[in-house]
Design a binder for this molecule. Structure first.
Ligand SMILES: *Cc1c(COP(=O)(O)O)cnc(C)c1O
Length: 384
């Protein structure tokens, strides 16, 4: 099926699907075998080679979603991040990272890279010139993440991709926060797109998975390492992820809509000091976000006024649950200071603009008014 002419929801529902030739069932059959006969067949199938029928089918769907030629599915987002990076970095090489990175990625770099003799720099800010300024003789990769966690900063994808091309580097993006529904970086010149499929692709807070999408040539380089690192995803979860992605388009569009309305409501709220959402005109990169995103996503952050205790506010919420992860159909909230950014010093957090009262809000698919009512009742208790 040539999916290029189809819209997002059709790609979500159908791209890559396996036909049930035995019973004509509506969904892809699940093949759980870890052992396939090799005589008289062209492909030696084995789950760690990323080539079982269900793995191949889902890879096609994910490649189609990101407008890439090929994709691989991993056992976690971090397996995808680490394998993609290490596939292009050898001893003595250097990589430029954006300064605001997902905590797990930042830990991978800071805790592991020196063991492999890989050098790295973080940019001083998100200006494209700041990426170019960090490029050295031995630089091989530029890596970005937009919108970023937790302040939803926006990096200029096209400008960074052009800098990478000019210097002959591989450009990579963690596209998790946007999801393929809202942002397709390959169309903007990026070489390698990475997802934690645990988030919007899975969408129901019950799957841990990752994905990498790129050209056939780059995916071959990544595969050579991936089969040795062994980070593939088991077929049952692959099948479940295919099922989840079928509704990703409608889920994410609903989340975009509710998040934008909530961002506007919070921005006007007398108890809220600041809201961070790329879809608000007050966001410093609103125009840039508009130029590279189809929707502004379901993630936002906000600060309560000083004197209002953010931890107590979280505890008073009834519908919106405090939780570490994000992007599920259920709304969740967390304090970066107490969770994702707890390992940083207060000074480092201050430098990144992360205040103690900051709350990161992952908007689910609940009715907007029910979420607002929950916030109102929590604030009322807080001020009583
Ligand atoms: C969650 C997340 C990851 C890591 O994914 P896991 O599935 O938890 O391994 C990487 N990048 C971003 C932006 C994430 O939100």
């Amino acid at each position: 099926m040539d999916t290029k002419s189809f819209g997002i929801n059709t790609v979500c529902a159908h791209a890559g699907e396996l036909e049930d030739t035995l019973y004509n069932g509506a969904v892809s059959p699940l093949y759980m075998s870890t052992s396939y006969a090799f005589e008289d067949v062209e492909v030696k199938r084995y789950p760690r080679y990323f080539n079982t029928p269900n793995q191949v089918a889902l890879s096609k769907k994910i490649a189609a979603l990101e407008h890439g030629e090929a994709a691989l599915i991993f056992g976690s987002g971090m397996a995808a991040v680490s394998t993609a990076l290490m596939a292009f970095l050898h001893k003595g090489d250097h990589v430029v990272f954006q300064n605001t990175l997902y905590g797990g990625t930042s830990n991978l770099v800071v805790e592991e890279f020196s063991k492999f003799g890989i050098e790295y720099s973080f940019t001083k800010d998100l200006n494209p010139e700041s990426f170019e300024a960090e490029i050295k003789e031995n630089t091989k990769v530029i890596y970005i993440e937009t919108p970023s966690n937790p302040l939803l900063t926006i990096t200029n994808i096209k400008a960074v991709a052009e800098i990478a091309k000019k210097h002959g580097l591989v450009s990579m993006i963690d596209n998790t926060f946007a999801s393929p529904v809202n942002q397709n970086p390959i169309d903007l010149g990026i070489d390698v797109v990475i997802h934690s499929a645990t988030k919007y692709m899975g969408g129901h807070s019950d799957i841990l998975a990752g994905a990498v999408i790129s050209s056939t040539q780059h995916m071959d380089t990544i595969f050579q390492l991936a089969k040795n690192f062994g980070g593939s995803l088991s077929d049952y979860t692959v099948w479940l992820l295919e099922r989840s992605i079928k509704t990703m388009g409608i889920r994410v569009k609903a989340q975009n809509k509710t998040a934008k309305k909530l961002a506007k409501y919070l921005e006007k709220h007398p108890d809220v000091a600041r809201v961070y959402y790329p879809g608000l005109k007050s966001h410093p990169d609103f125009e840039l976000a508009k130029s590279q995103m189809k929707g502004f996503g379901g993630m936002l952050s906000f600060e309560l006024n000083e004197g209002l205790d953010a931890s107590r506010f979280q505890k008073e919420l009834q519908l919106i649950k405090s939780s570490m992860s994000l992007a599920g159909v259920e709304s969740t909230i967390l304090s970066p200071t107490l969770t994702s950014h707890a390992l940083l010093t207060a000074e480092e957090r201050e430098k990144q603009g992360i205040k103690d009262g900051l709350l990161r809000f992952s908007v689910g698919i609940e009715e907007k008014q029910d979420l607002i009512n929950d916030i109102e009742q929590a604030l009322k208790k807080l001020k009583a």
